[in-house]
Write a protein of this length. Structure first.
Length: 232
């Protein structure tokens, strides 16, 4: 995940997307994207929820809570364009490439020039909209990085199974002491990809903390299977 400075315009749009997301029931599938266009914040989104948000009220709550952040960035007021669609059909996102690092939050170069700045995955995404898949990938890699001697892995997460009843996962390591196939075999031997059970580890976690305090201990980085993740 990109390491965000919350006291920046990029930090603010991601923080606001998380704040809006927090106002929607966690059982709903939701994707919120906030774009800072200078004059307006465009709040785009899809959700399975039928409960329409009072976005202006949420904006006021946000500006009161994070007045110090907005002052630091030089934002005196926020004007909104609300494009959120409700009652949408959104399937769980449980397949795709995830880049995982030993340091979960990594610094990425800023663009040379931007007319607008948008929030980005996983910020503003509910657990079932790819975020749980990403958290689980970090959970697995946090057990394995010392064993495989690699600081970065591109991991194709999927819960689809092949004819041998193994998950059709793929991975590409940057370097390491073991082949990608051996690392894949280790992962398949140790982890069951039970996302619903894994979700229980996140019950009390406020995902907005990914922006507010990336250095805080994260429940998706627990090492409860460490004794099983050994390669010879």
């Amino acid at each position: 995940m990109r390491l965000l400075n919350k006291n920046s315009r990029r930090g603010v749009v991601n923080l606001f997307s998380e704040f809006v997301l927090s106002k929607i029931n966690k059982t709903e599938n939701t994707i919120i994207q906030v774009t800072d266009c200078g004059i307006f914040f465009v709040v785009n989104g899809l959700t399975t929820s039928n409960t329409v948000l009072d976005l202006n009220k949420i904006k006021d709550e946000f500006t009161n809570r994070f007045s110090d952040v907005l002052s630091e960035v030089g934002i005196e007021s926020i004007n909104l364009i609300d494009l959120i669609k409700y009652g949408e059909k959104i399937n769980n996102i449980e397949r795709g490439w995830v880049k995982v690092n030993r340091s979960v939050f990594v610094e990425e170069p800023e663009p040379i020039s931007e007319i607008s700045i948008s929030s980005e995955f996983p910020y503003g995404h509910s657990l079932n909209c790819g975020r749980l898949m990403m958290y689980y990938s970090h959970y697995m890699f946090n057990h394995c990085f010392s064993s495989i001697g690699s600081d970065e892995v591109y991991f194709y997460f999927t819960r689809e199974m092949d004819d041998e009843e193994d998950f059709k996962v793929k991975l590409i390591t940057d370097r390491g002491s073991h082949t990608d196939d051996r690392v894949k075999s280790l992962i398949l031997d140790v982890f069951d990809f039970n996302l619903e059970e894994f979700k229980d580890k996140l019950n009390d976690y406020e995902m907005i903390q990914d922006v507010l305090d990336p250095n805080k201990n994260k429940p998706y980085l627990v090492q409860d299977r460490l004794e099983d993740t050994i390669l010879f």
